[in-house]
Design a binder for this molecule. Sequence first.
Ligand code: CP
Length: 312
Amino acid sequence: LRHLLTIEGLSGALITEILDTAESFAGMNAQAVKKVPLLRGKTVMNLFFEASTRTRTTFELAAKRLSADVLNINISTSATVKGESLLDTLRNLQAMYVDMFVVRHADSGAAHFIARHVAPHVSVLNAGDGRHAHPTQALLDMFTIRRHKGDFTRLKVAIVGDILHSRVARSQIHALNLLNTGEVRVIGPKTLLPAYVEDLGVHVFHDIRAGLRDVDVVIMLRLQKERMESGLLPSEHEFFQLWGLTEERLALAAPDCMVMHPGPANRGVEIDSRVADGPQSVILEQVSHGIAVRMAVMSTIMGGSMNQGSGA
Ligand code: CP
């Protein structure tokens, strides 16, 4: 496997191998990831056509901790604003001897398109494409869950909110299934649940109180307004009343239930601040784990051992 474009196509064994590799980078303290020479002499280019805080910076830190040269292309000041096509931009950047592109784009399928057009020695990592996939987010979420809960087979995991527009939810559901999670639930209004969830063996709840009962992990998602038609935007106040995670609702879950959110979180819309900042929240841990997990993905691809499944 040359690229990481989706979770689909990977095996549970390969995901476990990536998480184990991430553990070796993170050690006991994921914040204190050591610098290693595994990608010395390699060039990684961050190509973000859409905004990012966590993913872009942790990819940059991860590549630097692997001793790669890292370039961040600022799309808004690049020649794409003068009308250069995506393919021409890509060919020119590739002429600078890039080994890996990390790509975020608002269009679903953009990372696949780029992967089809890069030179044979170049790898593409999908850092989020439209509402389609965000595989490294799902991997760092699995890493965080495993660190707290160990085995997935007895876990009940609930994903709440705007599943329809979420690339994170789709990648998480595939990863949770591949790791044989006991039960995966999705909770949200019918208008924000995609048809594909029916085919993935998840349990659907349209009542947040019933859906949260006894879960071990709850993953909150924001309303992804940038992917919604403007006339169909739900009221934030109403959304919070019906679907927001409050202390009172969290009390319905298992007493040691972890609260997760991929970020960015909208406080008072999908999550109350007392929960986001509360003792059960691992939201900032997820961000820290992004460094070790992205190191694991990049080193595995460059080491050539990601040779099972497609993922692409
Ligand atoms: N979770 C996530 O993708 O966050 P960013 O948009 O900040 O990268």
